[in-house]
Design a protein around this ligand. Structure first.
Ligand SMILES: Cc1cc2nc3c(=O)[nH]c(=O)nc-3n(C[C@H](O)[C@H](O)[C@H](O)COP(=O)(O)OP(=O)(O)OC[C@H]3O[C@@H](n4cnc5c(N)ncnc54)[C@H](O)[C@@H]3O)c2cc1C
Length: 313
């Protein structure tokens, strides 16, 4: 493993190659939808697969932990930050190309944009993505879903870069081992792009679906700083319903509070810290365990926390 000083040199060399998209001690938590949490050691914005491969070489040489950042809509970053490399897909890696019955979208493309672009191209099947404020890469990693559909049902294949070996491979759907909100992808594998089924269909019906999903989200989910559902639904049950029935709506620690609108959302109010959000998560989990004997598991990924801080997860 390389020393911290030589990692600095490696990333300085990368900055010469890639320009201003390489930053040291850069804001990280602020880039998530919770908008809390500290910095990361190195931040690199990559605009092409070639850029991503260069970063992979530096990551492999440094031996630091790595995290590919999408829209940060499923992350809680610790106040102490993340002592590793954050890679953000931008530019060419956030665009889409349509073919006869499919669309290939870059790992950094926003899901609502992909849903809207698909409908405007007269394609059907991806409308459900309009309500999920993440990116294509995050959706593949997490098997994101909603409104009765999940990523695994619409994905055809994806191009994955193994950052440690530099290997770039197309994988078909079955390779991903998709399950509820999970896939086999690990933190050193970067989704360069993903190809989704997107046949032609009734564009007007597609627009109506988009509108109804957006209306439903506005009516049923809070705005502001949050990361969507905090806990995955236990088998055969709803995490939000359990939290609600345990009387935990409105539970507060510092600037973080369980939403009154949706019990499985935690709002980070102005001045909140990541420690506040984590304290609410713990209190909610304890409350549900005591009342129903059900152990809730986080859907939100905890980044940069020590094992003690993460306990019981
Ligand atoms: C208001 C709100 C509503 C939400 N509703 C839903 C919902 O209905 N359904 C649902 O499933 N989720 C929902 N979420 C959670 C979140 O949007 C999804 O989990 C989404 O898939 C996360 O995508 P992201 O790009 O923000 O990923 P991030 O939060 O940035 O990262 C999540 C994981 O994906 C990985 N990742 C991101 N990009 C890549 C890439 N290019 N290559 C490899 N790995 C990558 C990260 O390393 C990390 O492990 C909601 C969140 C909010 C704030």
């Amino acid at each position: 493993m390389t020393t911290s000083a030589s990692c600095d040199e490696l990333f300085a060399a990368l900055r010469d190659e890639l320009g201003g998209g390489v930053k040291l001690d850069a804001p990280f938590g602020a880039q998530t939808t919770y908008r809390v949490g500290g910095t990361c050691k190195y931040y690199v914005a990559v605009g092409s697969r070639e850029d991503a491969m260069l970063v992979g070489t530096a990551v492999a040489a440094c031996g630091l932990p790595v995290l590919v950042l999408g829209n940060g809509s499923n992350l809680l970053v610790s106040d102490a930050g993340f002592d590793g490399v954050v890679i953000h897909c931008v530019g060419e890696l956030s665009t889409a190309r349509f073919s006869s019955d499919a669309v290939t979208a870059g790992g950094g493309m926003s899901l609502p944009s992909l849903a809207r672009r698909s409908v405007s191209e007269g394609r059907v099947g991806l409308e459900f993505l309009v309500g999920i404020p993440g990116t294509v890469g995050g959706a593949v990693r997490q098997n994101a879903g909603g409104h009765g559909k999940e990523t695994a049902e619409v994905l055809r294949s994806a191009l994955i870069l193994d950052l440690l070996t530099g290997r770039l491979e197309h994988h078909e759907l079955s390779w991903f081992d998709f399950a509820y909100r999970s896939s086999r992808l690990v933190s050193t594998e970067l989704v360069i792009d993903a190809t989704f089924h997107a046949p032609s269909g009734d564009g007007r019906a597609g627009s109506a679906i988009l509108d109804s999903i957006v209306r439903w989200r506005r009516a049923n989910q809070p705005g502001g700083a949050n990361a969507g559902s905090v806990f995955v639904n236990p088998a055969g049950d709803s995490a939000g319903a359990l939290i609600d029935r345990a009387g935990l709506k409105g539970l507060r620690r510092g600037g973080a509070v369980v939403s009154m609108k949706h019990a499985n959302f935690i709002q980070a109010e102005s001045g909140a810290t990541a420690a506040d959000v984590l304290a609410v998560m713990r209190a909610v989990s304890r409350g549900v365990e005591e009342r129903f004997g059900v152990t809730l598991q986080p859907e939100t990924q905890l980044v940069g926390f020590t094992d003690d801080e993460r306990s019981p997860w």
